[in-house]
Write a protein that binds this ligand. Structure first.
Ligand SMILES: NC(=O)c1ccc[n+]([C@@H]2O[C@H](COP(=O)([O-])OP(=O)(O)OC[C@H]3O[C@@H](n4cnc5c(N)ncnc54)[C@H](OP(=O)(O)O)[C@@H]3O)[C@@H](O)[C@H]2O)c1
Length: 304
């Protein structure tokens, strides 16, 4: 497995990671699927307290060395004491001594970012987390969050990024490149939607290009992100064959002419409008993130 550096931390993570949102409740099957990825050399796994999958990740990584575990604190827990409590609970569910990357899941305008970051830095000082990241932060929010840190740097911003959702290219990609910060690309297969009939022509193109490399359309779609240089995609798969396919998306590169062909095709392609509606809704309505946290909490509590 080819490795990438997380930001400028010197940490080596696999150039593709594994997401865990919406894993089913069949823990044994999910643990097995994640271990298939770890066996193939993937060492980077992403979860969140909101997903209710930290325990599954904990079981999958248990007894393994050099696995890089990322999780997230929910925006409803951004007050100082809540961040500390949420981290302790995540540590217990994951069964690890420290979290490699702890991310603020969504911005929360109702809590001063300085208060949240003070707690994040305390967690670093106490050795409970190793690196600080954010998720779904706009460029402006990212800069504000950086300014709120006294001793540490933000090493990554996790945002939605795929062939069909390219909002990150507006300004984040260039800024993160300049700052040597990683972009962790979530929903790199458009939440599985990439294979819907509306993208048939795009998939046809990916398939044609993939054949030259002995790769599938999903592998080409993920590799297109890896080729950005600072982007680490984290596709999710609960089927073992999908996990194996994801591992095969790393360790090779699309050629310059192939990237150009794909980019030319995309420039004439209408972007999926959903993110424009959903993101502001999630940002503006803490009730929505509150509800998601509550649902994740129910799942977390089941086995406590
Ligand atoms: N920070 C955030 O706010 C945020 C938001 C959303 C997601 N995320 C993170 O990003 C991860 C990935 O995003 P996502 O789960 O939304 O979507 P995704 O990775 O784009 O797509 C997942 C879907 O693609 C399918 N799939 C996987 N490999 C495939 C392959 N080789 N061929 C065909 N289909 C394949 C999976 O099927 P099977 O499961 O049946 O194998 C699943 O239905 C999440 O799990 C989560 O960790 C973060």
């Amino acid at each position: 497995m080819q490795m990438a550096e997380l930001g400028k931390t010197g940490e080596r993570i696999s150039e593709v990671g594994l997401g865990t949102w919406m894993l089913s409740t069949n823990e044994a099957k999910e643990v097995e699927a994640l271990r298939t990825g770890l066996d193939a050399g993937i060492n980077f796994v992403d979860t969140a307290e909101m997903y209710g999958t930290e325990r599954i990740v904990g079981r999958a990584v248990s007894g393994r060395e050099n696995i890089f575990v990322a999780t997230k604190v929910s925006p409803t827990h951004f007050h100082y004491d809540d961040v500390i409590r949420a981290c302790d609970a995540s540590l217990a569910r994951l069964g690890v001594k420290s979290i490699d990357l702890y991310q603020l899941h969504w911005p929360n305008r109702n809590v001063p970012i300085s208060e949240t970051m003070r707690a994040m830095e305390k967690l670093v000082d106490d050795g409970k987390i190793r690196h600080i990241g954010v998720s779904n932060f706009s460029l402006e929010e990212l800069k504000e969050a950086q300014d709120a840190l006294k001793k540490n740097e933000i090493v990554s911003n996790q945002v939605e990024y795929s062939l069909v959702v390219r909002d990150a290219e507006r300004d984040l990609l260039a800024y993160c490149r300049e700052q040597h910060m990683s972009i962790i690309a979530y929903s790199p297969l458009a939440h599985g939607g990439l294979f819907e009939p509306r993208y048939a022509k795009l998939v046809e193109l990916l398939s044609r290009i993939g054949k030259r490399h002995g790769k599938t359309p999903a592998q080409v779609a993920i590799n297109w992100l890896i080729c950005k240089g600072i982007v680490v995609p984290i596709p999710k798969a609960s089927k073992k064959e999908h996990v194996a396919e994801i591992a095969g998306a790393a360790g090779w590169r699309l050629g310059g002419d192939e990237l150009k062909t794909i980019n030319d095709f995309l420039s004439g392609y209408r972007k999926r409008p959903i993110s424009k509606l959903v993101k502001p809704a999630l940002n503006m309505h803490p009730a929505i993130t509150g509800m998601l946290t509550w649902l994740g909490g129910l799942r977390n509590r089941k086995k406590d």
